[in-house]
Design a protein around this ligand. Structure first.
Ligand SMILES: Nc1ncnc2c1ncn2[C@@H]1O[C@H](COP(=O)(O)OP(=O)(O)OP(=O)(O)O)[C@@H](O)[C@H]1O
Ligand SMILES: [Mg+2]
Length: 319
C-alpha cells in the first residue's frame, strides 16, 4: 500500500537577505568597503516551508512578494525545494521584503528589515487557500504578518480540523503593541512555539529564565493554548500542556552559525505533527533539526534533511 504523503501549509513572510561582510559595521555618516556579498531567499515562510519539504511533506506556502526581480528569485528557490507557490501572491506595486545585513569580522551583525509586500497579505488571500488548508494535516503560521491574515488562517484551520501551530513574533510594523493586545485566536492554537523571550513577552513576565519557563508555559495553557513549546536555544525546550511540563534537552553540536535554527525547528515540528500526534516526540525531532541548522553556515543551505535528522536522533539513542 502506498503511504500517504503528509501535507503542510505554511503561512509566513518571504524576504531576500542581502548580507555583506565588512571589517566593521560603520557608524552613521561613514562608509566601509565590503569583502563579500551573498543574497538568498529567506524569511520564516520559505525557510519553514523548505524544512517541511526536506522532511518529506507536500508543502504549500501562503505568502506575498512584490513586483520586482527578487520576487522571481524567491519563487524559483521555493520551486527548487518543491514548495508549491500557487498561493505566493504578488503585490505588483510593492517590493519584496528585504533584509540588509552587515556582518563584521567578529561575526556580529546588524540588519535592517524591510517588510515590503509581506505587510500587504490580506485575509481574503487566506480565504482563497481554504481548500488546501482544509486538506492539510498541519497549518504552520508565523507571527510577523498582519494580524488579520493570521487570525483568518487560525480560524480556517480550526474550522476544518487542521492542526494549527503558531510561531509568534512581534510584528515589526507595530513595535509598540503590547502582547496583552494579541487577538484571542492566538491562544486557541494546538501548539504555540515562542522562544523564551517571546513567551515572557506574551505573558508579561519580566524574568525570562529557564526556571520561569514552566510557569510561563502554564500561563499560556491557562490562556487556552493546547500545548506550549517554549524554545530556549542550546538550553532545549519546555513543553507544557494540561497533563505535564517536560524539559527536552537540546542536542550537543558544534556551533557554526545559528541562522535559521528557529525556522528549521518549526518546519520539522510541523512535518512530524503532520504524521503523528505525539508532541514530545515531535519536539525531539524538531530539536535535532534546530541543532543541525546550527552546524552549517548560511540559511537555506543549513536546513537539514529528514535523513540527517534521523541520523542525529539515532546517534543520540546509541550514545
Ligand atoms: N546552539 C544550539 N545547540 C543545539 N540546539 C540548538 C541550538 N540553538 C537552537 N537549538 C535548537 O533549536 C531550537 C530553537 O532554537 P531557539 O530557541 O534559539 O529559537 P529562536 O530563538 O526562535 O530562533 P530564531 O531567532 O532563529 O527564530 C532550540 O529549542 C533547540 O532545540
Ligand atoms: Mg523564532
Amino acid at each position: 500500500m502506498l503511504e500517504r504523503i503528509p501535507k503542510v501549509v505554511v503561512v509566513g513572510g518571504t524576504y531576500v537577505d542581502m548580507a555583506i561582510k565588512c571589517r566593521q559595521i560603520p557608524p552613521p555618516g561613514r562608509s566601509v568597503s565590503g569583502s563579500a556579498l551573498s543574497y538568498t531567499t529567506t524569511g520564516p515562510g520559505p525557510n519553514q516551508a523548505m524544512e517541511a519539504a526536506l522532511c518529506g511533506c507536500e508543502v504549500y506556502l501562503i505568502s506575498k512578494v512584490g513586483g520586482d526581480t527578487f520576487a522571481q528569485m524567491a519563487k524559483e528557490t521555493l520551486a527548487e525545494f518543491n514548495v508549491n507557490i500557487d498561493f505566493v501572491y504578488s503585490a505588483e506595486a510593492k517590493n519584496t521584503g528585504v533584509i540588509v545585513t552587515l556582518v563584521n569580522s567578529a561575526g556580529e551583525n546588524a540588519s535592517c528589515v524591510y517588510t515590503g509586500a509581506n505587510s500587504a497579505l490580506r485575509s481574503q488571500e487566506i480565504n482563497a487557500a481554504e481548500q488546501v488548508i482544509s486538506e492539510a494535516d498541519v497549518c504552520l503560521v508565523h507571527g510577523r504578518l498582519p494580524h488579520k491574515a493570521i487570525v483568518r488562517a487560525i480560524r480556517c484551520a480550526k474550522l476544518h480540523n487542521t492542526k494549527i501551530i503558531l510561531n509568534p513574533a512581534r510584528p515589526i510594523e507595530q513595535p509598540n503593541q503590547t502582547s496583552g493586545e494579541l487577538p484571542i485566536e492566538y491562544f486557541s492554537v494546538d501548539i504555540l512555539i515562542p522562544n523564551l523571550y517571546e513567551a515572557a513577552d506574551i505573558t508579561d513576565q519580566s524574568d525570562a529564565g529557564i526556571r520561569t519557563a514552566k510557569l510561563i508555559g502554564s500561563d499560556l495553557v491557562a490562556r487556552g493554548v493546547n500545548c506550549a513549546v517554549i524554545t530556549m536555544g542550546k538550553r532545549g525546550c519546555m513543553v507544557v500542556d494540561r497533563s505535564s511540563a517536560d524539559h527536552i534537552p537540546a542536542f550537543e553540536v558544534e556551533l557554526v552559525d545559528q541562522t535559521c535554527r528557529g525556522d528549521a525547528f518549526a518546519g520539522a515540528l510541523a512535518a512530524y505533527c503532520a504524521v503523528k500526534d505525539d508532541v514530545r516526540e515531535a519536539v525531539k525531532f524538531a530539536s535535532a533539526a534546530g541543532a543541525l541548522a546550527c552546524t552549517k553556515f548560511g540559511s537555506t543551505e543549513a536546513l537539514p534533511t529528514k535523513a540527517e535528522i534521523i541520523e542525529l536522533l539515532q546517534k543520540e539513542e546509541m550514545g
